[in-house]
Design a protein around this ligand. Structure first.
Ligand code: 77R
Ligand code: MG
Length: 214
């Protein structure tokens, strides 16, 4: 039977990356996506911007919406302090199965909790299920029409505190116009756009960093 692109991406990691070395996993995926098959990872250019924001925030609790194959999960988790925890939500079980193996290859499974299901269902349950009150950092990279409703849901559930940082991928391509309008006009957020390119292409894209002001 035919393999899927995520399966071929995992094979490239297992072939070219060193177990327990997150940077080699990130490099192997970027090489695969640049030279073999494009895939919707945040990529190396936006990834460097994401790294700088993660290092600045130095978060103890992180929520990622949209795991895909675990590329940004590995990028973020590799920068976290020892006691930190990253919860990543993936709706697609096939993506989740691959991501678990990529995260394990990087040796980061103890820092990462991958949860399968829809963000709308899971966000209200995170506090009781995982004993987390608020998130220091949230990376939004799932369905683009879910960024705004899920942000409002996180606010409602009290998952954001004064200073929580939201980083949103793809705010230009594919685009998240309603989310951008909200975080840029709401008095509850201080927003900043980091211009870049759609992963592995010359098309414009960027990350939006929004600090919740409480
Ligand atoms: O759709 C994207 N991501 C969501 C995938 C499904 C999430 C499922 N899920 C997880 C949790 N809750 C729901 C995405 C798309 C593109 C893209 C850009 C240009 C193009 F021509 C084609 C595609 C680039 C990205 O960087 C992306 O992130
Ligand atoms: Mg993305």
């Amino acid at each position: 039977t035919q393999s899927t692109r995520p399966q071929r991406l995992l094979s490239a990691v297992q072939k070219n990356a060193t177990r327990g070395n997150p940077r080699s996993v990130v490099r192997a995926i970027d090489e695969f996506c640049r030279h073999k098959e494009w895939a919707m990872n945040v990529g190396d250019e936006k990834g460097c911007i994401l790294d700088s924001i993660v290092s600045e925030v130095n978060p103890v609790t992180v929520l990622e919406l949209g795991t895909y194959c675990g590329y940004s999960t590995v990028r973020i988790a590799s920068l976290l302090p020892p006691n930190a925890k990253l919860i990543t939500l993936e709706f697609n079980p096939d993506f989740a199965a691959i991501a678990r193996q990529v995260i394990a290859w990087a040796g980061l499974q103890d820092k990462v909790q991958l949860v399968e299901g829809s963000s709308g269902d899971w966000i209200p349950k995170i506090q009781e299920q995982f004993g987390i009150n608020t998130f220091d950092l949230v990376f939004l990279d799932h369905w683009k029409d879910r960024y705004l409703p899920d942000t409002k849901l996180m606010e409602k559930c009290g998952l954001l505190r004064k200073g929580s940082v939201l980083v949103a991928d793809n705010v230009i391509c594919p685009g998240t116009p309603d989310y951008l309008e909200y975080v840029r006009s709401s008095p509850c957020y201080k927003s900043q756009y980091f211009i870049s390119h759609l992963e592995y292409t010359k098309a414009e894209d960027g990350l939006e960093k929004s600090v919740f002001l409480g």
